[in-house]
Each structure stands twice: as C-alpha cells, then as structure tokens.
Design a protein around this ligand. Structure first.
Ligand code: BG6
Ligand code: MG
Length: 219
C-alpha cells in the first residue's frame, strides 16, 4: 500500500531549472565557454560538481580541481542570489494543490533533492510545512542515479520503498527511484522520463486522482 510520497524539487515543485540555467550561463560566458539549453538539459538532477565537470568536458577545457570548485562556488553565489526572487506564487502549476491534498489525506511526504539549496527554496515558497522530512544534497554523498537520497527519505519516514511514490523530472532521478525499488512518476517528455511507471507532461496533469487511478490496487 502507498503511504508516502517523495518529491524532487527543481522542475517538480518549482521551476528552479531555469534559474540554474541562468547562473551556469553567466558563469560560462565569463569563461568564454559554450553553454546552451541543450547542454543544460544534461544537468537536470545532476549535482553541482558533476554539472561543472559536464560543462568543462563539453568545452574541452583543462581546469584544476581547485579552480573547478571555485567556479562551482561562483555559480552557486549567482544562483543563491537569484533565489531571493522566488515567492509563494512560483510553485509549478498543480504542485501546491497536490501537496495540500497529500496533507489532507495524511500521506507522509519527503523531499528528495540533489540540491544543497533546497531549504532556501522551500522557505521562499513557504513550502516547508508540506514536508515531514527534507532530504537534500547535504543528506547523502552519492547523487542520482544512485537511489540513496530516496532511500534516505523513505527510511526517515519509516516506510519501505514499495510504500512510496517518487515524483521526478530528471532521467537520472527516475533511474534512482527504480534502482531503489520505488514507484516512479515522471514529469516531462517521453525521451527524458519515459522509463517511469507513469509519465505526465506537467505537474498540472500529475494529480493525486490520476496517480491513484493508475496505481489503483496500491491505494
Ligand atoms: C538538482 C538540479 O535538483 O540540484 C541540478 O536539478 C542541480 O540542476 C542540483 O545542479 C544541485 O543543486 P545545488 O543547488 O546544490 O547546486
Ligand atoms: Mg529535478
């Protein structure tokens, strides 16, 4: 039986994916590195240091480990600054309604995000109240596609993976959910999250009603 839900943050609860893009773009421009939306797609769900390595590799740039950390830190400063513009109006359509309904129906809810800035984003949205457990980039060391962040959330909720549904917008995130034995709801296009148990184009479509209908026998 499904007793809990675990949510990714960026691209599921709110569209911070765009703010990550803007920050990486400013950093890349300052290095004269090529960085576009196509490359940005490959960073979805990927940790900060893995992201900078993907950008460096794409540009065939030789950079010391120390410099890479410095660049990632600079990107993060730009990103964190931009988070101040987020308000409770910035939930992705459908996300707040779903979180409210889950509270009303007494499901357990955890966050399972790769971001070390998750708490700041949730505070800006005034969304902390919807979560029983916050699992983020500080909670585990192995990032998605490893299942660790979702296993952390389930364990803290006191649930088994098969009692939880994971919402994810990243290819690596769906991989992580499946590797951990969770049910997975994919948000986004077929080519990105088509390997989820069920896929929706947007959060607006991924309602509790639709999910319950799909996993009927588990509720
Ligand atoms: C993920 C995002 O949620 O968090 C990635 O999809 C991001 O784009 C990663 O790189 C790490 O985030 P942060 O805030 O710790 O740099
Ligand atoms: Mg995401």
């Amino acid at each position: 039986m499904i007793k809990g839900f675990i949510f990714d943050l960026d691209g599921v609860i709110t569209d911070t994916a765009e703010l990550h893009f803007q920050a990486w773009k400013i950093l890349s421009d300052s290095m004269n590195w090529e960085f576009d939306r196509e490359l940005n797609e490959r960073l979805r769900g990927v940790s900060r240091m893995d992201s900078i390595n993907i950008i460096r590799e794409h540009n065939n740039a030789e950079v010391s480990e120390e410099k890479l950390v410095e660049l990632a830190t600079r990107k993060n400063e730009i990103y964190v600054d931009s988070l101040n513009q987020i308000t409770p109006k910035d939930y992705l359509p459908g996300a707040q309604e779903l979180l409210t309904l889950l509270r009303q129906e007494s499901f357990l809810v955890a966050l399972g995000s790769a971001s070390k800035n998750s708490t700041k984003v949730l505070q800006q949205l005034d969304a902390v109240k919807y979560f029983d457990i916050i699992g983020d980039g500080n909670s585990v060391s192995k990032s998605k596609p490893a299942p660790d962040i979702f296993l952390f959330g389930a364990e803290r909720l006191g649930l088994k993976p098969e009692e939880c549904i994971v919402y994810e917008d990243a290819e690596a995130g769906i991989d992580a959910a499946k590797a951990g034995g969770f049910y997975a709801v994919g948000i986004g296009p077929e080519e990105r999250v088509g390997h989820a148990d069920i896929r929706f184009d947007s959060m607006a479509r991924a309602t509790l009603f639709e999910v319950k209908s799909h996993f009927n026998e588990l509720f």
